[in-house]
Design a protein around this ligand. Structure first.
Ligand code: ASP
Length: 406
């Protein structure tokens, strides 16, 4: 969002974070009495979750369920997109469980917050299906809302011409929610300032150390996902030399890193994929825009690690079922995440809500989200291109030589 020499919103958020620290140290009482500014930010974020998830998921699934797109290529690319995303969260969880970036940071449990009781897996799966979708929407029960949105999106697409009006209207509503998100994010610098100042005032400055660990943990997991998963996909499923692949995709990766937006990078992704990597236009015109919307491995890694981090700092024990829930929810949340800067942070709230973790964690991470967003967006886009290359190869529509000769 930073344009030209202007500081830009994310710059202001960083400033809010940086200024909030000394403010919290030197003006303890003022920070605590101003904590309502942070609470307001949290309320605004919470306000976005249900409509944003519902409208964007219906739009996403309806676009996937287009009968033509649901062909063989559609199935292949979706399987790859979903599998790589689920693997991504798992890698994130493993790295976070080993490194424990929250070590040394313990916040008092949030007032009024009860640690969730661990539900059985059978119950979790059964509860995916709402008995009354409107009740789930009203209560903000995210999992049934997601399930209903997906059912509805598929059904609306299958309804053909008659379903088009509602899909169009919901798409417009999703656009409005993205816009509202952008507008609300203009308040983020003040909200972040207040949340950090309050936290530092209450906990002391040593509270910041784990954030550095969090950044290092995320980047290590990002790197592992590229080195293990994307490398294997292009090498074994597309017979392409991974180094040449990354060399060819470098421009795309850089664009994603600096714009922090899969959508903004899309024109570059498509041009480079066609002109440099030799991927066929008919295929990429479907898989890459789809990927920019639904395939977000970096976001999934980040959400997995962030959920663990937040559980640890708020002292919420997680059982096996919760780990599975995080994998499921982060995979779904990353599908519902818009390809714009910072969107993954908003959807993180959905993961936290689904697992029963304190939403205050979103505010804590917001200050360093820019740094995490650069890496995750880079992965999000690279994953789209790697999976597309594999599908193109399996369809016999691409010659590995084009990339291997780079
Ligand atoms: N910025 C990311 C993207 O555009 C989404 C996110 O915030 O996770 O891919």
């Amino acid at each position: 969002m930073a344009e030209g020499r202007r500081i830009g919103l994310l710059g202001w958020i960083l400033i809010g974070f940086v200024v909030g620290v000394p403010f919290g140290i030197f003006f303890k009482d003022a920070s605590i009495s101003m904590s309502w500014m942070g609470d307001l930010f949290l309320r605004l974020l919470k306000m976005l979750i249900v409509p944003l998830v519902f409208f964007s998921l219906v739009t996403g699934t309806a676009s996937i369920s287009d009968p033509v797109k649901l062909g063989r290529v559609g199935v292949k690319i979706m399987v790859l997109y979903l599998a790589t995303t689920a693997i991504a969260v798992t890698i994130g969880l493993i790295v976070a469980a080993i490194l424990n970036p929250a070590a040394g940071m313990k916040l008092a449990p949030v007032a009024g917050f009860k640690a969730p009781t661990v539900p059985a897996l059978k119950e979790v799966l059964l509860n995916l299906v709402p008995t009354n979708p409107f009740d789930s929407l009203a209560k903000g029960d995210i999992l049934p809302v997601i399930a209903f949105a997906m059912f509805f999106g598929v059904a609306a697409a299958l309804a053909g011409d008659k379903g088009k009006a509602i899909v169009g209207a919901i798409e417009a509503a999703a656009e409005a929610m993205y816009k509202l998100t952008t507008i609300i994010m203009w308040y983020a610098p003040l909200g972040v300032f207040s949340l950090i100042a309050t936290t530092v005032a209450k906990q002391g400055p040593q509270v910041l150390l784990p954030f550095i660990n969090l950044i290092l943990t995320c980047y290590l997991a990002y790197f592992l996902h590229v080195a293990l998963i994307y490398t294997s996909i292009v090498k074994f499923l597309a017979k392409v030399n991974p180094f040449k692949f990354f060399k060819g995709a470098f421009e795309i990766m850089m664009m994603a890193f600096v714009t922090r937006s899969s959508n903004a990078t899309l024109p570059v992704t498509m041009r480079v994929s066609e002109e440099k990597l030799g991927l066929p236009r008919n295929l990429i015109s479907f898989t890459l825009p789809l990927g920019a919307t639904v395939n977000m491995d970096g976001t999934a890694i980040y959400q997995g690690i962030a959920a663990l981090f937040i559980a640890a700092i708020y002292n919420v024990p997680l059982g096996f079922t919760q780990y599975l829930m995080i994998i499921l929810l982060a995979t779904l949340a990353s599908i519902g995440t818009a390809g714009v800067p910072g969107a993954g942070l908003i959807m993180l709230a959905m993961v936290l809500q689904g697992v029963g973790l304190p939403l205050e964690g979103v505010g804590l991470i917001a200050g360093i989200d820019v740094i995490l967003d650069m890496g995750r967006t880079c992965l999000n886009v690279t994953g789209d291109v790697a999976c597309t290359t594999a599908v193109a190869y399996s369809e016999g529509e691409f010659s590995p030589q084009t990339i291997n000769n780079l």
